[in-house]
Design a binder for this molecule. Structure first.
Ligand code: SF4
Length: 256
């Protein structure tokens, strides 16, 4: 009988930067897939040796530093852009990225983030938007959808009491020091590939010294949404992307 093992072609595998730790993610959380996007992009750009990650407070901190084999530091809540600014100015050749959730960046850290954009820092931010505070029990976030039920909006988010959902890349795109702003998902294989392209473009802007790059990942939080992992995929397609359209909002080769 012919030995078929020699016919087997390896088409994928664990990225070299992906540590064996599973991280601290719930079943169905998309953060594990996003860490794979980050690993693959850093490897393909050949910048692993000079990559420094800054993890915000929340589930993003519970996973990224444990699963991606680059240098990391943890930050006071919402202050990753300020620490990233200091590190980038001390080590201008480093590739510095922040990984922040919707509470860390969009609530307590929004002022810190906006000031980094105003200064036109040469950084990359990965913004994880699952529309709830996953770590602390599914409370309303700045990105919670109108009508969405959370533990602090049991009747659904309403405009009169809670205001409107926050659109981070659209907001960032208005800032003169921002070179790239986009939103993506990893809830289908095609979108995984588009997300890689977006993150690669954002990091390349930093490498080329053009300006700030931000990529939002719309992602699932099954316990926060009260849905099964597969139901979350439909929820993203039918509800999340209605409020948060995918695409590039800014992509320039020169900032002011
Ligand atoms: S609580 Fe939500 S965001 Fe946090 S690890 Fe679980 S699924 Fe992911």
């Amino acid at each position: 009988m012919k030995d078929k093992s020699s016919d087997v072609k390896k088409v994928t595998g664990r990225p070299d930067l992906r540590l064996l730790s599973l991280g601290m993610y719930c079943p169905g959380c998309h953060y594990g897939i996003i860490t794979r996007v980050i690993c693959e992009v850093i490897e393909e750009l050949g910048v692993a040796g000079k990559a420094i990650g800054l993890a915000g407070v929340g589930c993003s901190f519970g996973g990224a530093p444990m699963t991606i084999d680059i240098d990391w530091t943890s930050c006071p809540h919402g202050r990753a852009p300020a620490m990233a600014t200091a590190i980038k100015r001390i080590y201008p050749d480093a590739m510095v990225l922040t990984v922040q959730g919707d509470g860390d960046l969009g609530a307590i850290g929004l002022g810190c983030f906006m000031n980094a954009l105003v200064r036109g820092e040469n950084l990359t931010t990965i913004f994880l938007n699952n529309a709830v505070y996953g770590t602390t029990g599914g409370q309303m976030a700045p990105t919670t959808l109108l009508g969405m039920k959370t533990t602090t909006t049991p009747l659904g988010r309403d405009i009169q009491t809670n205001g409107y959902p926050l659109h981070v890349p659209e907001l960032a795109a208005t800032m003169r020091g921002v070179a790239y702003a986009a939103r993506c998902t990893v809830h289908t294989p095609a979108n995984f590939q588009k997300a890689k392209k977006s993150l690669k473009t954002a990091i390349q802007k930093q490498i080329d010294g053009i300006g700030y790059g931000i990529v939002e990942f719309v992602s699932a939080c099954p316990p926060g949404w009260g849905l099964k992992p597969l139901e979350c995929l439909d929820y993203i397609s039918e509800r999340m992307l209605e409020e948060y359209p995918l695409g590039e909002f800014k992509n320039v080769d020169k900032t002011d």
